[in-house]
Design a protein around this ligand. Structure first.
Ligand SMILES: [Zn+2]
Length: 492
């Protein structure tokens, strides 16, 4: 044992023996009583009227019409508004906060990190109290949010997504070292910054998986098939052999956690299911039989429904020749959401947007509204953003950093992650930010006017119930970070 460690242990023993330490009891946790609210609990398709909810420390202690608090409690008059669980985004990219080409060519990890602080803050101000990040070095962001240095939701990091060579995560360009086999050890900027890993064969995929676990990944994200935004892998391709996938799943299971896979097709999903992958991202092209198999295995589908919206064709960045295809896909898969439900699949909300800030936020709010159209029910979508998403987060088992209570529900013992909104989201999804506009929405970030209180972990981050914004809520810039990009391109 090192001398330093010996000294630390000796000091700890002495401290525990001192009479002062024995006499002192932990101070009572702060109580907050929210009175006169109608509760959406994340599980039931109706509000429970006229409730009081008592928060003690970071957990919900009691719920009921006559519940009271002790001396020294903070009391908030809910004014007959709806109290609901904080929202959960099951598939987001907090770190890929510029367009792919800019990330690959013009940013370094510090750019991503500083920008991610603003992305995280806006998630929380929009009522998202937990985000599963599906690719990027969010480990330090999570630590610094939890330590109180940065304002943001609870983060579930995947670390760098894992992709085969010429897979959905292979962003090396022809000009990059590493594009040819001779210098395959060299990395793209994506890999250097920890957004993704290119790994082939069992030894390499195991190393990439274990590296992410070592860094604090709560789940492992792999690329199980082709994609729309990557350059060298047609969307119909199946990626990773069964041997590679099963090795990754086993390595994750050895740490008590699970694997999430980017995928679109039956062939890919069934191979991934055979190995025990637990969440299927996107997955738009799968058949009813595959959906039934996913349901039977208790796995989840986490689709960003804007990906099959006809409105996607209105994206000004969309190359004109792609517009007819996008429209056709929207038509062909119009029933995808309803088919998932009919086949008993558990579905979780996903914003899955990469890019600059205003784009991402507009897409997220559009996604909330668009989902209610494609799944046919506000309640179903609210469950996807609360209780079902919270259940999915718990799949991380011992790697889940937040095990003291449930998330996505209002019940005794759950985390005090709470929102107070005007109106009833079961009837009107716009009260939590759902927005019919997307590319035509205002470009600047504006607080959702019907969302009045955001509490995470028992702490209030936004409260304008009495007409005043808390300081946290007003100190974000309205514009994107285009100034930074100009620094890199003086010729512009
Ligand atoms: Zn994604």
């Amino acid at each position: 044992m090192s001398l330093r460690l010996t000294l630390i242990l000796a000091a700890a023993v002495l401290a525990s023996l001192s009479p002062r330490a024995q006499a002192e009891e932990a101070p009572a946790a702060q109580q907050t009583l929210i009175t006169n609210v109608n509760v959406f609990d994340g599980k039931n398709d109706a509000l429970t009227q006229g409730q009081n909810v008592l928060v003690e420390g970071n957990l919900i202690k009691a719920i009921g019409p006559g519940v009271n608090a002790g001396d020294g409690a903070i009391v908030i008059d809910g004014g007959g508004r709806t109290l609901m669980p904080g929202l959960i985004d099951g598939h987001a990219h907090v770190m890929i906060n510029a367009h792919f080409d800019t990330v690959e060519g013009n940013l370094d990890p510090y750019d991503l990190a500083y920008r991610s602080a603003l992305v995280a803050k806006r998630f929380l101000l929009d009522g998202f109290t937990a985000v599963r990040d599906m690719g990027g070095p969010t480990f330090a962001l999570r630590r610094n949010i939890d330590a109180g240095f940065v304002v943001g939701p609870r983060i579930y990091p995947s670390g760098g997504f894992i992709s085969q060579t010429s897979g959905h995560g292979d962003f090396r360009d022809r000009a990059d070292a590493g594009f040819s086999f001779q210098d395959a050890g060299d990395l793209s900027n994506f890999e250097r910054m920890g957004i993704g890993n290119v790994a082939d064969g069992v030894p390499e995929v195991l190393k990439a998986t274990r590296l992410n676990l070592r860094n604090g990944a709560t789940q492992i994200k792999i690329m199980g098939g082709g994609g729309g935004s990557s350059r060298f892998d047609p969307i119909d391709t199946t990626q990773y052999s069964e041997e590679e996938i099963c090795a990754i799943v086993e390595a994750a299971a050895d740490w008590g956690t699970y694997v999430a896979a980017h995928t679109f097709t039956d062939r890919a999903v069934n191979r991934l299911l055979d190995c025990g992958v637990k969440t299927f991202e996107h997955s738009f092209f799968i058949s009813a039989d595959t959906m039934k198999r996913i349901a039977k295995k208790g796995a989840y589908v986490v689709p960003q429904m804007w990906g099959i919206s006809p409105d996607l064709a209105r994206n000004p960045l969309m190359p004109p020749e792609k517009v007819p295809m996008v429209k056709a896909l929207g038509k062909q898969y119009a029933d995808f959401g309803r088919n998932l439900l009919e086949n008993g699949v558990k579905v979780v909300f996903a914003s899955d947007y990469v890019g600059v800030f205003a784009d991402a936020e507009r897409a997220r709010r559009y996604e909330i509204w668009w989902r209610t159209q494609t799944f046919g029910s506000n309640f179903e979508v609210l469950k996807q953003m609360t209780s079902t998403a919270g259940e999915m987060l718990a799949l991380s088992g011992p790697r889940n950093p937040y095990q003291a209570g449930a998330q996505g529900v209002i019940e005794e013992g759950a985390y005090a992650d709470l929102l107070l909104v005007d109106g009833n989201p079961l009837e009107d999804i716009t009260v939590i930010g759902g927005n019919t506009k997307w590319f035509d929405a205002a470009p600047e970030f504006k607080l959702i006017p019907t969302l009045h209180l955001v509490m995470k972990d028992g702490r209030i981050y936004r409260n304008d119930i009495d007409g005043r914004l808390s300081p946290e809520a007003v100190t974000f810039p309205e514009q994107t970070f285009s100034g930074i990009l100009r620094d890199y391109a003086p010729s512009e």
